[in-house]
Each structure stands twice: as structure tokens, then as C-alpha cells.
Design a protein. Structure first.
Length: 695
């Protein structure tokens, strides 16, 4: 069937096909240009010309590129590459490599495996070193994607009991990497599950021979252990992939265990009107303690810092102010206050021209006074404000919060409109140094108190296990207590893993498999491995976005149908990975992020940058995604815009940082003049900062 639009095949022999049966085999540099734009996105003409003609002067290389584009236009009768100084592929051009990338990003393993062929097969670029490196890295990346897709498909088929089909995929994985012990273990296991124990043992002996021949070594202990299990006939079958619904008691234990002393400290400080800081290691139970305590005092609102906030000034404040504005929809404020509120919440700005940029300490003071008025009005009816995960807050938001709450503490108390008490929580050792200095000063002055949360002892962990419904097996409970390290969250994650794997439904616990080290990430990783591919990809996309994501944004970022992502999101919520528009815990986010393959991380960052640009996201956030996505040509101008935006808000420290990041991006491209100009601006603002002092 002849195509009714243009499409290019980059996997396998390269070809360009158009309406009416028109076809051409593009010459190698045109093929490389098509591949680069398809996989890297919009690229500057200078960058592309330099890759294709590295030994030519810039003007000559650009002219060569123009001639190549002209020939392509004459052949196709239309522009398949569009744009001025920034080139991109026409949206009408279908590219197989981009389709394969989308299939991997969306977790559609079967679609990815159906596409075969090496990228730009048979073409060599030895005379273009940087381009040659890129082509080879992309070939390796697609090979890695294929391997990951094969592993996902093997797991899916094995869980469904389709051992013959899974074995076929395992052999394909072994062909892809003949020295992979993981692939050999799949082959061994699937031969056994298919009822052919001798074939499984023969595969083990071939594995041994291959490793000895290639590396002069023997198999890993887990491979040898699998061979022993096969020989003894005791290889367990894999549990189904579908996540089991976790009991409500596991999602939120009914009782707060073992925090009586800390509760008493909270109560005393709350009665004195002090700000309260609760610090502790990740997963020790800070959030549960402070939210339960706040609920005991009446109405409260919970603010949370999110990963990624720290890169974008006023992200945390804007989110918090928006929550306050939404809870008081009929708020009446003077016009000058609304104008200042509009700096952070543009949707609430009054009609008319925007306020002038903050240009002095007096301007900053007026802004803070306006936000103080706004806060007093919107906090009415609340007894407590909870600010969780302070280690993620951006610095300007933290500075403003300290200014408001310390000024309210020192002001005369208004019995008719009392200001709510404030409780903050953060991880030990993870606050910004300047925030540590501020909080220590508040504690020294008696405005604040700091409470250290310690791990739970074995007796208290046993009480928590009672709440979670852990079987009354002393050996099991002792092992669980030891592996948890006193962390309630870690204990919860182990119990979730054991429930999902069906361990508690089997008799006897002496052989229960627990993680080899007391790290919550290992247990969370095991739970992630049980997700379907679309759900896992949705979680990865959310972790790259980091903050202020929702299902619609994730769907747009992945280029997937909204209903498909909604179904994947439901699976993530059922598995206790996400909760609404955030991760269940920041340690879950960190584990998801840490397990993203390097080959897809930059791809997701670029997708995030494009999605946020279309959605009007903050330019600093967009700039960071372009930077992480390996696109310095797009990151540099975005960082410049972020610097100017920060300067307009009188955020001088952040302005310096953005100019420095812009300079680094320019340097990465070899644009020395632009890098020097950005460094000069950073030095100028730094001098201003030293003159006026930190605000």
C-alpha cells in the first residue's frame, strides 16, 4: 500500500517514501540529519552543520546544509525540514525511529519489539567524529531499549504462564547479549517451567562454558543457586504482575506508635506559640506525627515541598498561596495587595498593567507586607499550618516564610484573629546551609523549637506490626524489625512487598526472602518491578517532572492517550506508588528516579521541557529540563530568561545562579562570547548583591 504522506525509515536500510510511490534512498549525511532531528528534536543550524561537515569553515558548512535542504525540498516538493535558525522535522513526516522511541517511552514493549533493524544500518561516519559518536550511542541506546522491552515481555509472559512464548523472547535477549547471565537465567528458568529440566541444566553448562571462554571466570552465585534449585526441582513460579489492592491498614496504619515524648514536646511548644521544627531521617515518621498532632488541635492546612522546587524561585510559595486563595474564594483585599499577590499568582492579578519589577529593598518589603495581609486573611479558621519536606523548598519561599512567621510571632497577639501555629518538618542534614543558619537563629531567640525524631525500638515495631496485620510469627517479626532499622516507612514497604508477592498467604515464614541490605530503595524497586510497563513509564515521567504534575501533564509528556495514562495512574495508586498528584513518599520518588535507565532519562527531560513550554511552565523549570536533556542550545537562552525574571523579582542570589548556568550552557556549545557576557552579568549582579546585602 502506497503512503499518502511522507515517511522515512531509519531502522534498517534507510529510505524516504512519499505519496504516489515516490521513494529515494537518502545519501548518508541527509539520513544522519533526519535521524538527528527525529531523535534530538529542534537543533540550531550551526550545530547540525558542524556535525555533518566538521572540517569545513562555519560559513561553508552552513552553505552545504542549505544546499542539502534545497535538494530535499526539490525532491519532496515541500519542506520536510522546517524552521529558520532552529531546524526541526515537519510534523507531516512520519519517522519509524521516533515511533519506536514513543513506544518505549509509553511502555509498549510489544510495539518496540515488532520494529527491527539497526539505526542507519550500513552507514558509516568515520569522517565526522562527533556525529559518529552520536550514531553509535543511539545504536547502543536502541539496543538497550530492545533489551529492556524483552525483559518486560519475558516477565509478562512468564507471569501469564506462557512459558514457550517467554522462552522465545529469552533466547532473543541472549542473542542480543550472549554473555548476559541474566539472559541465561531466564532461559534456564523458562526451560524448567516449561517442563524440560534437562534443557535447563544444559543451558547452565553452556553459560559456564561461555563465561569461562570469554572472561576466564565462573557464573555468579545467583546463577549457580538457580541451577541447584532446578536440579532439586524447587524453582517457584512468578506471582502475577497485577498489583494486589493493599489493605487500608497498610496504606495508613490506624495508630501512631511510640511518639508520646515527642507529642508532649509538640504540645508544650504549641501552647507557648513557638514555631516547631521536627527533623529526622527519611521514613522515620515525621509526616504522620505532625499531621496527627495538627489534627488534634483543630483545623489545619498542610503544605509540602516537592522535589524540583529548589530549582525554581517561589514555586513552593506559589503552590501554598494558591491553596490558601482556593480555600477563601470570596476574599476581599485592597487593590495594592492584589497587585503584589499577582506577582506570584498571575491569575489573581487585578486588571491593568502589571506592577513594576522589584528593584529595591523597599519594593521587596512592600511585597512581603502585602503577602502578610493576604496570609492573615486566608489563614482565618486554621489552628495550625504544617510545612512538610522543607528540604525541598526553594530558597526565596523559605526566606518569605521565615519573615512572615517570625514577624507574626513578635507582633501583639490579636485574640479575634489569632495567627495559626506553625510546624515544619525536614530531613536531618538536608536543609540548605543558609536555611540552617536562619532556623538555628530562631531557635536561639526562643521563637522556635527543634525536635529530633528517632527510630523505633523493637517493641514499638511489634506494636506497629499488630496494626499492619503481620502474622504472629516470632522469627518473621524479629527479621522484619531488624531489617527495618527502626524506620516505620521501611517496615511498611517490606510488608507491602510481602503482601503483593503473596508471602503472607503461604504457610511458614522461615524462608521468607527479605532484601539483603536494610535499604528501603531495594524494597520499593522490587515493588516497581511488578508494575505494568505503561504504569512504570507514567511513574518515570512523573518523577522527571518532579513537582506540580497531574495525569493530563504526564499523558501529554508521553504522547499517550489520556485514558491509557489514567488507567496506569489507577494502577500506581493501587500499588501505593502515587497518591493524587504526588508520590506516596519522597523516597518512592527517589527510587523511581534512580531506576530510570540512562538511555531514556534525557529523552524524558526533553519531553518534559517541550510539555512545560506548551503549558506555560516557569522558564527556570523548562531550562533545567533542557539542560538535563542534553540540549544546551535550548537551555542557555532559557536560563537567560530565568535570570531576567528573577532579577525583576529582586531575587538577586537566584539571578546570579541562572546567569552562571546560562554561561555553562554556552560554554558547552563552544560559544565563548555569549558565555563571557553571561558571566559578566553574573558578576555585576553579585556586586549588587554584596552592596545591598541578602534580602
Amino acid at each position: 500500500m502506497q503512503p499518502d504522506h511522507w515517511r522515512v525509515q531509519l531502522l534498517g536500510p534507510v529510505s524516504l517514501q512519499g505519496p504516489g510511490g515516490v521513494s529515494q534512498r537518502p545519501e548518508r549525511k541527509l539520513a544522519a540529519a533526519l535521524a538527528y532531528l527525529a531523535l534530538e528534536g529542534a537543533t540550531g543550524r550551526g550545530r547540525l552543520a558542524g556535525l555533518l561537515w566538521p572540517d569545513s569553515l562555519e560559513n561553508t558548512a552552513r552553505n552545504n546544509l542549505s544546499q542539502m535542504l534545497r535538494k530535499l525540498r526539490l525532491f519532496a516538493g515541500s519542506d520536510l525540514m522546517v524552521g529558520g535558525d532552529l531546524l526541526t522535522l515537519s510534523p507531516e513526516l512520519e519517522v519509524d525511529a521516533a515511533r519506536v522511541r514513543a513506544a518505549y517511552t509509553q511502555g509498549h514493549s510489544a510495539e518496540l519489539l515488532a520494529a527491527g533493524g539497526e539505526l542507519l544500518a550500513g552507514l558509516r561516519y568515520d569522517d565526522c567524529p562527533d556525529l559518529d559518536d552520536w550514531v553509535n550511542s543511539e545504536r547502543e541506546r536502541m539496543s538497550e531499549w530492545r533489551g529492556l522491552a524483552l525483559r518486560a515481555e519475558i516477565t509478562r509472559l512468564e507471569s501469564a504462564g506462557e512459558y514457550a512464548a517467554a522462552l522465545l523472547q529469552a533466547r532473543t535477549l541472549l542473542d542480543l547479549d550472549p554473555v548476559s547471565e541474566e539472559a541465561w537465567r531466564h532461559v534456564m528458568r523458562l526451560h524448567y517451567l516449561a517442563g524440560d529440566r534437562p534443557a535447563a541444566l544444559r543451558a547452565y553448562h553452556r553459560c559456564k562454558e561461555t563465561l569461562q571462554r570469554e572472561f576466564g571466570t565462573g557464573p555468579l552465585p545467583e546463577t549457580a543457586e538457580l541451577a541447584r534449585e532446578i536440579d532439586q526441582g524447587r524453582v517457584p513460579t512468578r506471582a502475577p504482575l497485577k498489583a494486589s489492592a493493599l489493605p487500608l491498614a497498610v496504606l495508613r496504619p490506624p495508630h501512631l506508635i511510640g511518639r508520646e515524648q515527642e507529642w508532649a514536646q509538640l504540645n508544650e511548644a504549641w501552647e507557648r506559640g513557638q514555631m516547631i521544627y521536627v527533623e529526622g531521617d527519611p521514613g522515620v515518621g515525621k509526616t504522620r506525627l505532625i499531621t496527627d498532632f495538627a489534627a488534634s488541635k483543630g483545623g489545619f492546612i498542610e503544605f509540602r515541598g516537592r522535589p524540583g522546587d529548589i530549582h525554581q524561585p517561589f514555586t513552593s510559595s506559589a503552590r501554598n498561596y494558591r491553596m490558601l486563595a482556593e480555600r477563601t474564594p470570596n476574599l476581599e483585599l485592597e487593590p495594592w495587595v492584589w497587585r503584589e499577590v499577582g506577582r506570584v499568582l498571575p491569575e489573581y492579578a487585578p486588571p491593568g498593567p502589571p506592577p513594576e519589577p522589584l528593584g529595591s529593598g523597599a519594593d521587596l518589603l512592600r511585597y512581603r507586607q502585602a503577602m502578610s495581609v493576604f496570609s492573615r486573611q486566608t489563614y482565618q479558621g486554621l489552628a495550625t499550618v504544617v510545612a512538610d519536606d522543607l528540604q525541598f523548598y526553594d530558597h526565596p519561599s523559605t526566606r518569605d516564610g521565615l519573615y512572615f512567621f517570625s514577624s507574626f510571632f513578635s507582633a501583639p497577639r490579636d485574640p479575634d484573629h489569632p495567627f495559626p501555629r506553625v510546624i515544619g518538618a525536614y530531613r536531618t542534614g538536608e536543609l540548605l546551609p543558609e536555611v540552617v543558619r536562619d532556623t538555628e537563629e530562631l531557635v536561639r531567640q526562643g521563637i522556635a523549637i527543634r525536635i529530633q525524631l528517632r527510630p523505633l525500638g523493637e517493641a514499638l515495631l511489634n506494636a506497629l506490626m499488630d496494626d499492619l496485620g503481620v502474622p504472629e510469627d516470632r522469627t518473621l517479626r524479629t527479621r522484619l524489625a531488624g531489617y527495618s532499622g527502626g524506620s516505620p516507612l521501611f517496615l511498611l514497604e517490606i510488608v507491602k512487598h510481602l503482601i503483593e508477592s503473596g508471602t503472607f498467604s503461604r504457610a511458614g515464614f522461615s524462608g521468607v526472602e527479605l532484601p539483603v541490605t536494610a535499604r528501603v530503595g531495594e524494597v520499593i524497586s522490587r515493588r516497581l518491578s511488578r508494575l505494568s510497563a505503561p504504569a512504570l513509564q507514567a511513574a518515570r515521567a512523573a518523577s522527571v517532572l518532579q513537582s506540580d504534575f497531574d495525569v493530563e501533564l504526564v499523558a501529554e509528556m508521553l504522547g499517550a492517550p489520556l485514558l491509557d495514562i489514567a488507567a496506569a495512574w489507577e494502577e500506581l495508586e493501587t500499588a501505593g506508588i502515587v497518591r493524587g498528584h504526588s508520590f506516596w513518599h519522597d523516597l518512592v520518588y527517589e527510587t523511581v528516579s534512580a531506576n530510570i535507565p540512562a538511555s531514556v532519562r534525557s529523552l524524558l527531560h526533553r519531553a518534559a521541557a517541550r510539555t512545560l513550554e506548551r503549558a506555560g511552565g516557569h522558564v527556570a523549570r523548562v531550562a533545567r529540563h533542557w539542560q538535563e536533556g542534553g540540549k544546551p542550545d535550548l537551555a542557555a537562552p532559557a536560563f537567560l530568561r530565568a535570570a531576567r525574571d528573577a532579577q525583576d523579582r529582586y531575587q538577586l542570589t537566584e539571578t546570579v545562579g541562572f546567569y552562571v548556568q546560562a554561561a555553562a550552557a554556552f560554554e558547552a556549545m563552544g560559544w565563548a562570547d555569549e558565555a563571557a557576557a553571561a558571566q559578566a552579568e553574573a558578576a555585576r549582579v553579585q556586586e549588587q548583591l554584596l552592596t545591598v546585602g541578602v534580602q
